[in-house]
Write a protein of this length. Structure first.
Length: 444
């Protein structure tokens, strides 16, 4: 019996031990899964916060990977914030440079405005001097008329007195001499005044030319200009567009424009007087009241002309009629020899410009280029005529021909040199015809 009780005690002890171990295991499992769940929740919350900062697509972005691989500790966000701070510093530096540039530009505009004011005043003085010269010439003519009348009257009086035997021959001669001296004095005074005013006129012209040269020298080699208009419509399945400029804006047939994308800074090379950049070129072939139809004559590779694109032409200004001087021989398709220069003048008038009268080579020795000329258009430069042989010198026709060739050569050189001295743009035949779109119009 005692042995049976001892076995029963061990049985119950084992059961109790198993129960205790079961309770402990259950408690440990509950604690473990509770911590795991808390950890998973924390991971999920961290991933949610990460997605708010960095999207899933951003993680594959090369920039994100580059920032993540950057040297130094810290998170991607902290590195991005540091990069943002550097970018802001660069922006601040660029803004300071822009402010400095704007200050310099404002100073240049003030200086240019001052020079422009002086130029206008000099032109006004020149106009006043020209009026004074004209007035003095009128006074001189009147003085000469009065002197002639005085001489005639004195002679008539002397003759009457002589016939009446009221004066002696000496008195008659003295009376005539006094009248002549008086007339000569009036003429000398008028001539002196005319000379003074002529000197003032020359001085004013020189001042105007110096100011124009100084103003051009102060102009940057690269200038900025504005768009003249814009593309209003692009015609489908064709290389034609509608621009928002027409007859009201003095747009002539054949005018060419360069196309620029919106918000593009349009630059002009002052050395060549041409536009820089652009994506295409247009040429107007039909003009309406408020619009014009143009053909795309060239475009950059892959460029697309769209509605809203800007257009510009360096020489076009709806408020200004440019003044041209044309000299030389021009070889134009379909134009007879000797009529090329007149054809060029007609093209300028059709284009909306003004043309100075033709220059006579025989009278060009005293020619002076007007300060009002905006462009000089020259044909090909002629060669210097060769000297005549002894046999040719006896040929009157050959002598006359060489003299005419030499006059033409000297006149050409005089026009070219004066244009260069005055900094007036000189256009050869190709540049001029390209400017007004003549080649495009002939080819289209």
């Amino acid at each position: 019996m005692a042995r049976a009780r001892s076995g029963d005690g061990g049985y119950w002890a084992a059961i109790i031990l198993i129960g205790v171990l079961f309770v402990l295991s259950t408690t440990a499992a509950v604690l473990y899964y509770t911590k795991v769940e808390a950890a998973e929740q924390a991971v999920e919350e961290a991933e949610t916060e990460l997605r708010e900062v960095v999207r899933s697509g951003d993680q594959s972005d090369p920039v994100y990977e580059e920032v993540q691989a950057a040297e130094g500790g810290g998170s991607v966000v902290s590195k991005l914030l540091a990069a943002l701070g550097e970018s802001e510093q660069q922006v601040d530096a660029l803004e300071q440079q822009l402010a400095t540039t704007e200050t310099a530009r404002a100073s240049f505009e003030i200086a240019a405005s001052t020079r422009t004011t002086e130029l206008e005043q000099a032109r006004a003085d020149l106009a006043s001097a020209q009026q004074n010269v004209t007035s003095l010439q009128t006074q001189l003519a009147e003085a000469e008329t009065q002197a002639q009348a005085a001489i005639t009257a004195a002679v008539a009086t002397a003759r009457e007195n002589l016939r009446a035997e009221q004066v002696t021959d000496t008195q008659v001669r003295q009376s005539i001499s006094d009248a002549v001296a008086s007339a000569q004095s009036l003429a000398d005074e008028a001539s002196a005044e005319a000379s003074r005013l002529q000197n003032e006129l020359l001085s004013a012209r020189s001042r105007v030319r110096d100011l124009e040269i100084e103003l051009r020298d102060r102009t940057p080699q690269v200038q900025l200009t504005e768009m003249d208009g814009a593309i209003a419509a692009v015609l489908e399945d064709s290389d034609e567009v509608i621009i928002d400029l027409g007859a009201d804006a003095r747009v002539p047939l054949g005018l060419s424009f360069r196309v620029f994308k919106p918000n593009t800074v349009v630059r002009v090379d002052a050395a060549t007087d041409t536009l820089e950049g652009g994506v295409a070129s247009l040429q107007v072939f039909e003009v309406q009241q408020n619009t014009a139809r143009a053909r795309i004559v060239s475009r950059d590779l892959g460029a697309v002309v769209e509605v809203g694109d800007g257009i510009a032409n360096v020489a076009y200004d709806p408020d200004v009629a440019y003044r041209f001087l044309v000299f030389g021989d021009f070889d134009l398709p379909g134009v007879p020899d000797g009529l090329g220069a007149e054809r060029v003048r007609g093209l300028i008038r059709d284009w909306g410009g003004e043309v100075d009268p033709p220059i006579d080579p025989a009278a060009a020795a005293n020619m002076q280029l007007s300060y009002q000329i905006d462009y000089v258009v020259l044909g090909p430069e002629p060669p210097l005529p060769r000297a005549l042989t002894a046999e040719e010198q006896s040929d009157a026709a050959a002598v006359v021909q060489r003299r005419q060739q030499l006059q033409y050569y000297e006149a050409y050189q005089r026009v070219l040199n004066q244009a260069r001295e005055a900094r007036v743009p000189v256009l050869n035949q190709n540049r001029f015809l390209t400017l007004i779109g003549y080649y495009n119009r002939q080819g289209g």
